[in-house]
Design a protein around this ligand. Structure first.
Ligand code: GLC
Length: 574
């Protein structure tokens, strides 16, 4: 698919930080909550079915994540976002939730979750839950009650409408997963709206009881100590209940439906009211953040997601940059400048990969320079002023493993849309830990998705031993990001702006110090003469901090040469 905080000691301590010094001195050994931990963070998405399988059933689980926390600590991640592990019929592999306050037995128990939390905390890794607010599973007790009659207490918890007089659905709205977004329910003799699968009925966010129930779900997990939420499909909470037909736009989708505009079903202004309420809810536990799955048409819409008073999402995903899908200097430069100048000084959250999109090497690689291109993407993700999302295996260079036969497909959209839409199995294959059976992911005879064919060479153990591996490149970048003051807290300014082959920028601090990043977006060697004076930075040399090629320890800026697709990070010197 292509496009798509603790009221408790910590809460009290948040006031202590504002209190007079004498009071602070009285509590010397308790650190105040770090409310800003996320601003420069590296967040790692774990797709739990595919990360680590502790019980040998071929499906990853919570204990499998706990077993690998030392790896994540060593990589340097600040937090992990775990895709849904709640009880679910697994129609959409967990994004169809039937109980928001439980653990699906295939992923473990609440005791396993609590252990994961405490082990992660020992390693200073925060846990972020995925929260699906737009819809539930059709097996959720709320929906079962809601569909039972038109008069039950939850009758208005979902989006119910009468059909047309001839029995057809209320309008032409199309599900993102194919065909009509309306499903007839015989017991009510009405249709319900589902943006995704028909087993995922949309909640009615106009209903105050729905809001209250969901805010209490957030409180349940915050009381357990989670550091925030990734809000699934957050832009589509509301539908325009005037029910007008969507205007048709050109073409058909992979399922053969005419394309519609989504004017009345996506990014409605009411979403912002709910975002402010969600923000207020998480502010009960200072330091808790809200990340949004925000596929938006432009940076102006993205800017709105932070809220006028920074009172909505902390980190709406900037899907503009990482899903550019071609190595174009003007596009990357423009989008990074936009993130710097058009989101009101907020922190952008960049992302190149997730569980819904083809792996980045499949989208940006040229087949010949994939190793260099993977390092280039890592550089563009981890050196701007941003928070960064890494999807498990991205740091290894894992590639898509797309099913070759329809009968092997697991993702229902791949079954429905075959062969145009082959589903999302390709980017969800097991984490490649080593070159043993099942790539060290599992001991099962058959894993839920097959292990990638390249696991003998693309795996953690092998890459840990190779100083030039992508994994070691990621690790060095993440550690530089934490340790180097310019990369940690510096501003962002582009240089050599007329160059469409080489993209260069600085991270600079008010003391005049700067780190220079230079990236070659072409398959040819490039030589550039870099004048940093345009950014008011004095410097004729750079001391190499990291390069994707064999670089001298110190380079001159007036004749700076880069091999194809090379990336360079260096400290500017006189
Ligand atoms: C989000 C998830 C995706 C899921 C959909 C429906 O886009 O990332 O995996 O299928 O929502 O919940």
């Amino acid at each position: 698919m292509t496009c798509f905080r603790r009221r408790s000691l910590a809460f009290l301590l948040s006031f202590v930080t504002l209190a007079p010094c004498a009071l602070r001195a009285a509590t010397p050994d308790v650190a105040p909550p770090d409310r800003d931990w996320w601003r420069t963070s590296v967040i790692y998405e774990v797709y739990p079915r595919s990360f680590g399988d502790s019980n040998g059933d071929g499906i990853g689980d919570l204990n499998g994540i706990t077993q690998h926390l030392d790896y994540l600590k060593d990589l340097g991640v600040d937090a992990i976002w775990i895709s849904p592990f709640y009880p679910s019929p697994q129609v959409d592999f967990g994004y169809d939730i039937s109980d928001y306050e439980g653990i699906d037995p295939q992923f473990g128990t609440m005791a396993d979750f609590d252990r994961l939390m405490s082990e992660a905390k020992k390693r200073n890794i925060r846990i972020l839950n995925d929260m699906v607010l737009n819809h539930t599973s059709d097996q959720h007790p709320w929906f079962i009650e809601s569909k039972s009659s038109r008069t039950n207490p939850k009758a208005n918890w979902f989006v119910w409408q009468d059909g047309k007089p001839d029995g057809q659905p209320p309008n032409n709205w199309v599900s993102l997963f194919g065909h009509s977004a309306w499903q007839f329910e015989p017991s009510r003799k009405q249709f319900y709206y589902h943006e995704f699968y028909k087993q995922q009925p949309d909640l009615n966010w106009e209903n105050g009881d729905v809001r209250k129930a969901m805010y209490d779900v957030l409180r349940f997990w915050m009381a357990k100590g989670v550091a925030g939420f990734r809000l699934d499909a957050i832009t589509s909470l509301f539908e325009d209940l005037s029910l007008k037909d969507e205007p048709y736009v050109a073409g058909t989708n992979a399922y053969g439906d005419r394309n519609v505009s989504r004017l009345y079903t996506d990014n409605l202004p009411q979403v912002h009211d709910v975002l402010r309420e969600l923000h207020k809810t998480v502010s009960e536990y200072p330091g808790t953040i809200l990340i949004g799955e925000t596929y938006l048409p432009n940076v102006a819409e993205l800017a709105k997601m932070y809220g006028r008073d920074r009172d909505e999402l902390d980190l709406p995903m900037d899907t503009q940059l990482g899903f550019t899908n071609r190595l174009s200097v003007p596009e990357f430069r423009g989008k990074l400048q936009d993130a710097e100048t058009k989101i009101n000084g907020n922190v952008p959250l960049f992302v190149f990969e997730n569980h819904d999109n083809s792996r980045s090497i499949n989208r940006y690689g040229d087949g010949t320079h994939n190793a260099a291109i993977a390092k280039l993407l890592a550089t563009l993700l981890l050196t701007p002023r941003d928070a960064a999302l890494i999807y498990y295996g991205e740091e290894l260079g894992m590639m898509d493993n797309i099913p070759k036969r329809k009968e092997d497909v697991q993702d229902p959209i791949g079954k429905l849309g075959w062969p145009k839409e082959k589903g999302r199995d390709g980017e969800r294959t097991p984490m490649q830990w080593n070159n043993d059976v099942d790539a060290g992911f599992s001991s099962a005879a058959k894993t839920w998705l097959p292990v990638g064919a390249d696991f003998q060479t693309v795996n953690v153990v092998r890459e840990q031993k190779d100083p030039n591996s992508l994994l070691n490149y990621y690790k060095t970048l993440i550690h530089l990001r934490k340790e180097n003051p310019q990369l940690r807290e510096g501003g962002f300014v582009t240089v050599d702006d007329s160059n469409n082959n080489v993209f260069s920028y600085l991270r600079n601090t008010p003391d005049g110090k700067a780190v220079l990043v230079v990236t070659n977006f072409t398959a040819a060697p490039q030589t550039v003469a870099l004048n940093l004076g345009t950014a008011a930075i004095q410097g004729a040399h750079v001391r190499t901090l990291l390069a994707s090629f064999a670089s001298a320890p110190r380079l001159e800026l007036r004749a700076f040469s880069l091999p194809p697709y090379a990336s360079y990070v260096g400290q500017v010197e006189p």
